[in-house]
Write a new protein. Structure first.
Length: 277
């Protein structure tokens, strides 16, 4: 692990920052317009202000991660890069997914188009992507490939490489949050107990990667040792908090089915009646 290399990302930063800002504004505007349309289309149901707030919060977290000062510092400081990872890949995705963007989309599209989107959600490829095993492999498993091989150094050496890493973090993070505790429809999503098992495996893998990073085991990161170790601490503790939030979100959606027993009487079993359901 040697000094973190510098590249010409600083010269292109104003343009990339402006592009990122415009994309965030466009996403927020589209969501707000869709929410307004949903309220007008069905005033009785409306649209949750809490969902809208969650989406705006997610965009704000993305802005902190992508724009200066953190966005520019991450090009030369591994600790800032890891803080970006937490914001873009874990915290922002949870807030965005809890905003139920797919549900909002289905409520605002014409009926025929909404049916086509629903058919896509029920398709086999969508089911594979929305499965916690796939999402965990893309989100947590890919970290080993990124930091245990020259991939991170190669990607971070080019401005486009940074944005590819960001895009991967965001996409895989949203997939994981959706697969584990998303409010949007996911026809092939397994039960809560199964999702808790997958989340536990992802938490364990994330912690092991952070510990290996701190100890310099299998790590291939061109950055000062103190930066790598402090980045590992950010990954370890920041990841724990994000994953606990995800687990708490999942548990709040748990509605165990109550098992009813047929009421029996010892005096006259023939007159017994089933318990109300």
């Amino acid at each position: 692990m040697d000094g973190m290399h510098h590249h010409n990302g600083a010269t292109s930063l104003p343009w990339t920052s402006l592009t990122a800002l415009l994309l965030l504004i466009a996403a927020g505007s589209a969501y707000l317009l869709a929410a307004q349309h949903a309220r007008r289309r069905n005033p009785a149901r409306g649209w949750s202000t809490w969902r809208t707030t969650s989406f705006v919060t997610g965009l704000a977290l993305l802005a902190v991660g992508l724009l200066p000062p953190l966005g520019s510092t991450a090009h030369t400081d591994f600790r800032a890069h890891m803080a970006q990872h937490m914001l873009i890949g874990m915290y922002a995705p949870l807030a965005l997914v809890l905003a139920a963007p797919l549900t909002l989309l289905l409520r605002t599209l014409p009926t025929s188009t909404a049916r086509k989107v629903t058919a896509i959600l029920h398709s086999r490829p969508a089911g594979v992507l929305a499965h916690p095993a796939t999402a965990s492999a893309l989100s947590t498993g890919s970290l080993a490939a990124l930091y245990f091989t020259p991939l991170y150094n190669t990607a971070s050496g080019q401005p486009a490489g940074h944005w590819l890493i960001h895009a991967h973090f965001l996409t895989s993070g949203c997939l994981l949050a959706h697969a584990i505790a998303g409010p949007d429809p996911a026809p092939t999503r397994p039960g809560v107990r199964t999702r808790l098992v997958y989340l536990g495996a992802a938490i364990t893998a994330h912690a092991l990667i952070a510990q290996a990073m701190y100890g310099g085991i299998f790590i291939d990161i061109h950055a000062p040792i103190n930066q790598v170790q402090q980045g590992a601490e950010i990954m370890y503790y920041g990841g724990d908090i994000a994953e606990l939030l995800l687990a708490a979100t999942l548990i709040t959606t748990w509605r165990p089915q109550r098992r009813t027993k047929t009421a029996t009487t010892t005096r006259n079993p023939a007159t017994s009646t089933p318990a109300p359901r």
